[in-house]
Structures are given as structure tokens and as C-alpha cells.
Write a protein that binds this ligand. Structure first.
Ligand code: 6PG
Length: 238
């Protein structure tokens, strides 16, 4: 089910709308709580968003008050071309004045991925406290409805306590770390970004699906207590 979708003529207009709403939420969070906690998505969709942030909004975002976390990571070295952190570093984090201590990549250098997951949860708790309430969680959606690295039929979908788990997924770099649904569903705002005709089928399927937290599509199980908005370009919309 998609409770709220915002559709834009093209990816450029989509990126601008997401950026303006992001900026509004960030500034409000800083006023209300002195900081803003953001969870970045992996994949390729965020690249155009990051480009807009660095090229046109670099002077407007409150970078020093923003803490950046990641929704999932492929269990590869941080300089591997498939790393979500490397993509974020190259397209955003090294191009705007974010204090290094505000950037929290998922560790991929533990021998056991499960230990890396536990270490990341500890780091999250240091910043977020006892409730993982991100101000904004950015998410993508895969062709079979995965989001972050929560894939259909994964045991991780049933995780109710841990904030981060190690998973094996049926996709590139099968070993991954991912935030769990309790974290994604604690967010004040969740922004799904889907653009291009390849996303049309899965977006329509999720829109038709009324199962909510038991859906076959992990992305449909993100029914946060907060505001969940699907940002689509026309090519991905129904
Ligand atoms: C990942 C992502 C994943 C991604 C979707 C969409 O590590 O791959 O976290 O959930 O958001 O697969 O990817 P695209 O943006 O490349 O379509």
C-alpha cells in the first residue's frame, strides 16, 4: 500500500522537490532538537539527489548539525566500487562541509558481519539514544520489493529487537548489513525514491498490495508511525 505518493514530470523535478522537503525538515529538527538525524539509502537513485545537494544547496543545509547514517551496506571494503558508503562519499560527503565525526558508515571490516552489525547498533545508540528516531530515512525499492537490504522471505523481516542485522541476500554482494523494520518504522519521515520505467511494475504492485506489515514486499512493510512519502517520477508512477 502507498498512502502518499508525490509524482513529478522527471527526475530533476523529483530531486528538487525531495531536496526542498528535506531542507524544511532538517531546519525544523535543528530548531526543535538542535540536530537532525538522517539515514541515507544505497543504490544509484540517490546520486542525482546528492548532485543537487552539492551543486545548489551546499550553502543552505545545516551540515554541522546533521548526523548521517546508512540504511544498509554491502559487506565489501569501503573503497570497493559496490560500497554504498563509497558512493555517498564520492557524490556527497566529501563535497560539502560535513564534520567527519557526523558521518557514520556501516563497518565492513569485522571478521564476522554479525559483529559489525552489533557494533553499528552501538554507534547508533550513542547518537540516537534509546529510540532510533531518524528525522528522515531515505529508501529505494528493488524489482522484487526489497528495501535497504530487506528482501522478500528474509528472516530479518521478523526481527523485532535488533536495530541492525547481517543478512545474505539474492543480489550483488550477497553478504550485507541492514537496518531492521523496527528502526525504519520509528522514523519521523520516510522518503521512498523511485524513478524510471523499470520501477513502474513494482511500484504499481506495492500500490495494489493491502497487506501492510505482512506484505510479500518488504518495502510495503515500512508503515512508519511517521510520514511515509513515495517520491516518483512519471516514468515510475502508475
Ligand atoms: C542497495 C540499496 C537498495 C536500493 C534499491 C534500489 O544497497 O542496493 O540499499 O535497497 O535502494 O536496490 O536501487 P537503485 O536506486 O539502484 O534502483
Amino acid at each position: 500500500m502507498i498512502r502518499e505518493a508525490r509524482v513529478y514530470a522527471d527526475a530533476r523535478l523529483l530531486a528538487r522537490a525531495v531536496t526542498e522537503e528535506t531542507l524544511r525538515i532538517m531546519l525544523q529538527a535543528v530548531v526543535e532538537r538542535g540536530s537532525c538525524n538522517v539515514c541515507l539509502s544505497g543504490g544509484t537513485t540517490p546520486k542525482s539527489l546528492n548532485e543537487l545537494w552539492t551543486e545548489e544547496y551546499a550553502a543552505r543545509f545545516p551540515w554541522k548539525q546533521i548526523q548521517f547514517f546508512f540504511g544498509d551496506e554491502r559487506y565489501v571494503p569501503a573503497d570497493d566500487a559496490r560500497s554504498n558508503f563509497r558512493m555517498a562519499r564520492e557524490t556527497l560527503l566529501t563535497r560539502v562541509p560535513i564534520p567527519p565525526e557526523n558521518v557514520h558508515p556501516m563497518p565492513t571490516d569485522f571478521e564476522r558481519p554479525a559483529d559489525a552489525a552489533a557494533a553499528y547498533e552501538s554507534e547508533m545508540r550513542k547518537v540516537l539514544g534509546e529510540r532510533p528516531e531518524f528525522d528522515i530515512v531515505f529508501l529505494g525499492v528493488g524489482p522484487e520489493g526489497h528495501t535497504a537490504s530487506l528482501f522478500p522471505d528474509s528472516p530479518a523481516l521478523a526481527e523485532k529487537k535488533r536495530w541492525v542485522v547481517a543478512v545474505e541476500v539474492p543480489a550483488e554482494t550477497p553478504q550485507r548489513l541492514t537496518l531492521t523494520l523496527p528502526v525504519l518504522n520509528s522514523a519521523r519521515n520516510v522518503f521512498f525514491l523511485a524513478e524510471g520505467s523499470k520501477k513502474r511494475e513494482i511500484v504499481a504492485a506495492i500500490r495494489r498490495d493491502h497487506e501492510g506489515d505482512t506484505s510479500v514486499y518488504p518495502a510495503a512493510r515500512v508503515i512508519s508511525a511517521g510520514h511515509v512519502i513515495w517520491y516518483l517520477d512519471q516514468a515510475a508512477a502508475w
